[in-house]
Design a protein around this ligand. Sequence first.
Ligand SMILES: NC(=O)C1=CN([C@@H]2O[C@H](COP(=O)(O)OP(=O)(O)OC[C@H]3O[C@@H](n4cnc5c(N)ncnc54)[C@H](O)[C@@H]3O)[C@@H](O)[C@H]2O)C=CC1
Ligand SMILES: N[C@@H](CCCCNC(=O)[C@H]1CCC=N1)C(=O)O
Ligand SMILES: [Mg+2]
Length: 259
Amino acid sequence: MALLTPDDLRDINKQLQEADSIVRRVTGLDIKGICKTLYGTSPNSEKIGIVPVTAGNGIIKNFSASLHAITQYFGFDSFVTDMSDVSGYYEAVRSGADIILMADDHTFLAHNLKNGKIANNQPSTGIIYAEIASRNQKTDSKDVLVVGLGKVGFPGAVHLVHKGFRVYGYDTDKTLLKRAVSSLGIIPFDIESPKRFSTIFEATPCANTIPETLLSENCVLSTPGIPCAISEELRLKYNVQLVMEPLGIGTASMLYSVL
Ligand SMILES: NC(=O)C1=CN([C@@H]2O[C@H](COP(=O)(O)OP(=O)(O)OC[C@H]3O[C@@H](n4cnc5c(N)ncnc54)[C@H](O)[C@@H]3O)[C@@H](O)[C@H]2O)C=CC1
Ligand SMILES: N[C@@H](CCCCNC(=O)[C@H]1CCC=N1)C(=O)O
Ligand SMILES: [Mg+2]
């Protein structure tokens, strides 16, 4: 499980604002607008209880504080409990939380206590970054490259297939690539072949996973992956419209999916 570091979360408000303006430029909608069209839901003053969890590798410095900032950025009423774990959960419910946000090293969930809906950060993140990629206004091509078909990438690929895109998929793990080809009918992509894409969705924990041969001028790279899939040099050279943010976009997707 690739865990966030406190450094990934530095200046989370600035990172979120910058990502929001790129999402607006690429899709014509802001992150809230993407969530509304994706799930058909709107906030109705739900109260969010953020519960720190000490399991496994333990508390990640700034993780709860970042969720507090992110939930407020999207207009929710939210609080971080004083206690952690079970006591924190109890405190959140007793303090009137409608939605619980909490994460151990394997699962980051949003649970709406009022309607019973529950969301997992991995599929929620894949779906919203794929949706952003699918709304690339600068192209009318239906071709999209998906690199990384794991817990985040595979649900994103499913979403793109459902939206009628021609999905080219690649993963270094041949078993995962085969699973995606047989279950989704995506096109297995040879990363060495020089096909240029206007729209790329990447979800891997590795750097430099997108070779220069696949980039086109002004192409959209929508990626929750940490570290970034391309170098700063390549981003500038091709004016890549990079949609990348460490926690907030995926969290917004989780929240709107349980409203
Ligand atoms: N920004 C955000 O909001 C979030 C970011 N993440 C990040 O997204 C990334 C993916 O997370 P998961 O899907 O849970 O991981 P995962 O391990 O389930 O999937 C990653 C996939 O990438 C593949 N891969 C690794 N190197 C590759 C390469 N060079 N070329 C092609 N494929 C390659 C692996 O074989 C694997 O199938 C991680 O870096 C994680 O930290 C996860 C959740 C939210
Ligand atoms: N238990 C810790 C939080 C652990 C979160 C681990 N999960 C990740 O880092 C995922 C979430 C989005 C990207 N990676 C705490 O409560 O401080
Ligand atoms: Mg995110």
